[in-house]
Design a protein. Structure first.
Length: 167
């Protein structure tokens, strides 16, 4: 079975990604800091018929992340898709405020082009909206299941280095 590792998996996007990739016969390795959260998430996905297992790690601790991904590889045999979206709060960057730390899109373009030569697709999704099914009136919002569908489309089409939502 192909496997997706969702790093920074939680009840919003993480759960929806687990559902859509699981529906397409992927096994799902869930990574976040809390074992309890991971157990709840894996149990929720199991109710949708998805084989999912949690591997606790803090992305701020590279050794723990490496250990978690190695454990996931040992459990599922392989990792085909790596998704990285730990929730660290809402951040907005305006053009006049660009600094080295927020140059991610430029780096992403280079990564995308470099890895394409090796048959690896790298894409980034910039979400300028709340991820929620129940956003307050007047807030730009995207439902987690709709967002996960965009990820699946990027994964299958493999063309776009960056997707900005809402369009
Ligand atoms: N929610 C929004 O409205 C919104 C809007 C725009 C963009 N985004 C971005 O979209 C992505 C998905 O957001 P979401 O709210 O749907 O998230 P989610 O998939 O519901 O959950 C993300 C998970 O990240 C985990 N996490 C946080 N810090 C971590 C760390 N240091 N190491 C490992 N795991 C960590 C948390 O679990 P633990 O506590 O168990 O570690 C959390 O449950 C995030 O990158 C977020 O920044 C969110």
């Amino acid at each position: 079975m192909p496997t997706i590792a969702i790093v920074g998996a939680g009840p919003g996007l993480g759960s929806s990604l687990g559902k859509i990739f699981g529906r397409h016969s992927y096994d799902v390795a869930l990574v976040s800091r809390s074992k309890d959260n991971l157990a709840t998430l894996a149990a929720g996905l199991a109710e949708h018929g998805v084989i999912a297992e949690g591997f606790a790690a803090d992305v701020a601790d590279p050794a723990s992340l490496t250990a978690a991904l190695e454990a996931a590889t040992a459990r599922f045999g392989r990792i085909d898709v790596l998704e990285f979206s730990p929730y660290v709060g809402l951040v907005q960057v305006f053009p006049a405020e660009v600094i080295v730390d927020n140059l991610a899109p430029a780096i992403q373009e280079i990564l995308h082009n470099t890895l394409a030569d090796q048959g690896i697709y790298a894409g980034v999704v910039a979400v300028n909206a709340m991820i929620s099914d129940n956003a307050p009136d007047g807030y730009p919002a995207i439902a987690p299941d709709s967002l996960a569908q965009h990820y699946w489309d990027l994964h299958t089409q493999r063309g776009q280095a960056e997707l900005v939502l809402p369009a």
